[in-house]
Design a binder for this molecule. Structure first.
Ligand code: EPZ
Length: 417
């Protein structure tokens, strides 16, 4: 179950539907803790991180269940207090419960969410911002304990446009007394999705999607119906899989408006892109052109989460590219496995590599060690001659509902083993 077998060499063809966004769904699910009523969250992706979040919400007293087309959540009887440590430690995305629990209960006891293979993942910006809103934090038995008698609005200038910190501030601010202004806020679409949901519940928020967000707190929040937008990272993953194999694919429901930097790169790689209301049609060259450089940046720049997939699509391209990773300090764990497949990749520094296209890749047995790198290894296997085996696929299932089914529907010879 934890391994995937791929026999490469097939150009992907056909239509694939893009799932709901993991990184939009998680903060929206956390935000239900701030409401007094049932919410129906449609298009919620059925992925491991969402199931983990649901079990955390249930451990706090929420009732949550998947119904026909989505997730119904009733935060009727929240039990404020510690979350099960095993659930929190293993999942970064529970961090957005910090602001939601402080907003709903005035307290939070949780394990430090910890770093992961892509980086240390510090939370100083989250804690500093929440302290300025009246929260006291202390370490107790290795756990993080936060308490506040009264959340108050504050003006917060983020040193880094952190997605998670922006989300936690918003979640606390809607419950705080007074106005909160976030400067240098993250502009990712997931921030807008969270604010769209909260506004439907009755929150007073403006400026999301820009670097200055203003929240007038203290409104009573009802439940709401909300549909999670499509996942721009999953759409980008399949787009680069299409480019890597010289295929033609329609990415149904792909959020075109959120993928400008990604689509620009696809065109620089020689693909023809057609946009429509219902998705993105990608027609790729047999062999992609490699652009001279690629740099990751906060939205609307090129997303760090697609850096490994873009690298994978360049492995057999024409030319060479210098890739700079500016968001996380350790996001080139795929280089070694790609070298095992015959790729030509040279480290220029710990956060930049030079990739030169090679004519062919050979199958290899490799191991995923994180979510987006694991998906990129699959793209490598789709191109390689022979049968590749990729282990550690439980990382991939954290963010992709059914990557094997999706790629098989596009003609890939891929099976779970
Ligand atoms: C979110 O992580 C996403 N995760 C990540 O997606 C995504 O890569 C990242 O944003 C950047 O877009 C979820 O939404 C669940 P950050 P987050 O805070 O919020 C530093 C995936 O594969 N920083 O914007 O943790 C941090 O170290 C995941 O779906 C601090 O220094 O990212 C990083 O260098 C991977 N102090 C930079 O800011 C802090 O207090 C950006 O991190 C917080 C962050």
């Amino acid at each position: 179950m934890d391994s995937i077998s791929i026999r490469g060499g097939v150009a992907l063809q056909g239509v694939v539907r893009i799932q709901g966004s993991k990184n939009a769904a998680l903060p929206v699910l956390a935000a239900t803790l701030l409401t007094e009523g049932i919410s129906h969250i449609a298009n919620c992706p059925r992925i491991v991180d969402v199931y983990n979040m649901i079990s955390l919400l249930e451990s706090l007293g929420c009732e949550a269940r998947f119904v026909a087309d989505g997730l119904s959540i009733n935060p009727c009887s929240i039990r404020c207090g510690a979350m099960p440590s095993d659930a929190v430690t293993g999942m970064r995305s529970s961090l957005c419960l910090l602001g939601a629990l402080l907003g709903s209960c005035g307290e939070v006891v949780m394990e430090h969410p910890g770093g992961c293979v892509i980086g240390q993942r510090p939370i100083n910006l989250h804690l500093d911002a929440l302290k300025s809103m009246g929260v006291d934090f202390e370490e107790k038995d290795g756990r993080l304990v936060g308490r506040t008698d009264r959340l108050r609005g504050a003006d917060i200038n983020l040193a880094i446009a952190s997605v998670g910190a922006t989300e936690n501030i918003i979640l606390a601010a809607v419950a705080a007394q007074g106005r909160t202004m976030i400067m240098n806020a993250a502009r990712e679409p997931e921030i807008e999705a969270l604010c769209d949901y909260l506004r439907r519940c009755g929150a007073d928020i403006e400026g999301d999607g820009t670097s200055r967000i203003i929240i007038h707190g203290g409104c009573r929040l009802s439940g709401a119906d909300y549909s999670i937008p499509a996942d721009r990272i999953v759409a980008g993953t399949y787009l680069f899989a299409c480019i890597a194999t010289g295929g033609n694919v329609f990415l149904k429901d792909a959020p075109c408006g959120q993928m400008r930097a990604v689509l620009l790169l696809a065109e620089r790689m020689g693909s023809h892109i057609d946009l429509s209301d219902s998705g993105i049609y990608v027609q790729s060259r047999l062999r992609p052109v490699i652009p001279s450089s690629l740099t990751t940046a906060p939205y609307p720049g090129f997303p760090t989460d697609l850096q490994s997939a873009a690298l994978a699509a360049m492995l057999r391209g024409d030319g060479s590219c210098i890739i700079e990773e500016n968001i996380f300090e350790n996001r080139f764990r795929v280089v070694e496995p790609f070298r095992q497949m015959g790729a030509d990749i040279e480290f220029l520094s710990s956060t930049s590599v030079k990739v030169r296209g090679v004519p062919e890749l050979e199958a290899a047995d490799v191991s995923a060690c994180e979510l987006r790198g694991g998906a990129a290894l699959i793209i490598g296997g789709l191109q390689a001659h022979g049968e590749s085996r990729i282990s550690g696929c439980s990382y991939i299932y954290r963010g992709y509902e059914n990557i094997c089914r999706d790629l098989r529907e596009l003609g890939a010879r891929i099976t779970i083993v």
